[in-house]
Write a protein that binds this ligand. Structure first.
Ligand code: ARG
Length: 259
C-alpha cells in the first residue's frame, strides 16, 4: 500500500471510531424511549387490570397507562402488587405510579399525589340470589367481604365499625366473590364496574347486584409519590391530550362497553 493510502485509511478508521465513541452520525431522535415509568397495579380487578390466559397483565388502566407513557415518550413497566401495598411501594420508590382503579380520597391525599380523575364509579353490594338485604344498612351483623385497603372497606367499616368481626378482609375482590358463591359470606361490597363484569362473565354464579343510593360517586386517578410534580404534570398533560383525541372514551367502550 502506498504511504498516502495508508494515511487516508488510518484517518478514516479513527474518524469512524470517533463517530461511534461520541455518537456522531447517529440520528438525534431516540428510537427507544429513554425514560421508564414503573407502574404498580393489583391485577385481579377486571376490566381495569387482570391477567389474560398468557399471563400478561391487561385492562383499561394498563392500556391507559401505556398510552400515557407513549405521549410522554416513556417505556411503561407493570408490576403486580397487593392493593394495600401500593402506596408503600410508591413511597419506597419500588414503583413510580399507581394505576389500579384507585379512588382519589382525602385520606390517601395525605400520603400521595393524584393525577386528574380519569374514570367515575361507585360501590355496589353483591348478594346471593334470593337473600334478604335491601340496602347497605341491612348488612349490619352479616358477614361482609371486602378487598383490603379499598374504599369498599371504608364503606363497610363506617357502617359496622372497624373492629366488627363480621368484616372479612380479602386480598382480592375475586377471592371475596368466590367465597360468597360457596356460602362463606353473606355479601361483598366492591366497585360496581368490577362486580358487573364478574356477573356478566359468570352467569352461573347465582349472585346479584344491589345498588344503594348512599354510595357516593368515586373518581379514579393515577397516584404518585408526594412531591413528584414533574411526573404528575407530564401525566396530566398526556391525559388531556388523550381525552381530546377521544382515546379515554375509546378505552371505556373497549373494556366496559361504555359509550
Ligand atoms: N376503587 C377502589 C379503591 O380505590 C378499589 C380499587 C381496587 N383496585 C384493584 N386493582 N384491586 O379503593
Amino acid at each position: 500500500m502506498k504511504k498516502w493510502m495508508r494515511l487516508v485509511c488510518a484517518a478514516l478508521v479513527s474518524a469512524g471510531l470517533l463517530m461511534t465513541l461520541t455518537g456522531c452520525g447517529k440520528s438525534t431522535t431516540p428510537t427507544t424511549p429513554s425514560k421508564k415509568i414503573v407502574v404498580g397495579t393489583e391485577a385481579s380487578f377486571r376490566p381495569f387490570e387482570w391477567r389474560n390466559e398468557k399471563g400478561d397483565i391487561i385492562g383499561f388502566d394498563i392500556e391507559l397507562a401505556k398510552e400515557v407513557g407513549a405521549e410522554i415518550g416513556a417505556e411503561v413497566e407493570i408490576q403486580n402488587i397487593p392493593f394495600d401495598g401500593l402506596i408503600a411501594a410508591l413511597n419506597n420508590k419500588n414503583i413510580d405510579m399507581v394505576s389500579s382503579a384507585m379512588t382519589i380520597t382525602e385520606k390517601r391525599k395525605e400520603s400521595v399525589d393524584f393525577s386528574k380523575p380519569y374514570f367515575e364509579a361507585t360501590q355496589a353490594i353483591v348478594l346471593k340470589k334470593g337473600s334478604s338485604p335491601k340496602n347497605l344498612s341491612d348488612l349490619k351483623g352479616k358477614n361482609v367481604g371486602i378487598q383490603n385497603g379499598t374504599t369498599g372497606q371504608d364503606v363497610v367499616e363506617t357502617l359496622m365499625g372497624n373492629r366488627d368481626p363480621h368484616i372479612k378482609r380479602f386480598e382480592s375482590v375475586l377471592d371475596a366473590l368466590n367465597t360468597l358463591r360457596i356460602d362463606g359470606l353473606d355479601a361483598v361490597v366492591a366497585d360496581k364496574p368490577v362486580v358487573q363484569n364478574y356477573l356478566l362473565s359468570n352467569p352461573e354464579s347465582q349472585l346479584v347486584l344491589l345498588d344503594d343510593n348512599s354510595f357516593v360517586k368515586e373518581e379514579y386517578g393515577f397516584a404518585f409519590r408526594k412531591g413528584d410534580t414533574e411526573l404528575q404534570t407530564q401525566v396530566n398533560e398526556a391525559l388531556d391530550k388523550l381525552e381530546k383525541k377521544g382515546k379515554i372514551k375509546e378505552l371505556a367502550a373497549k373494556y366496559l362497553g361504555e359509550k
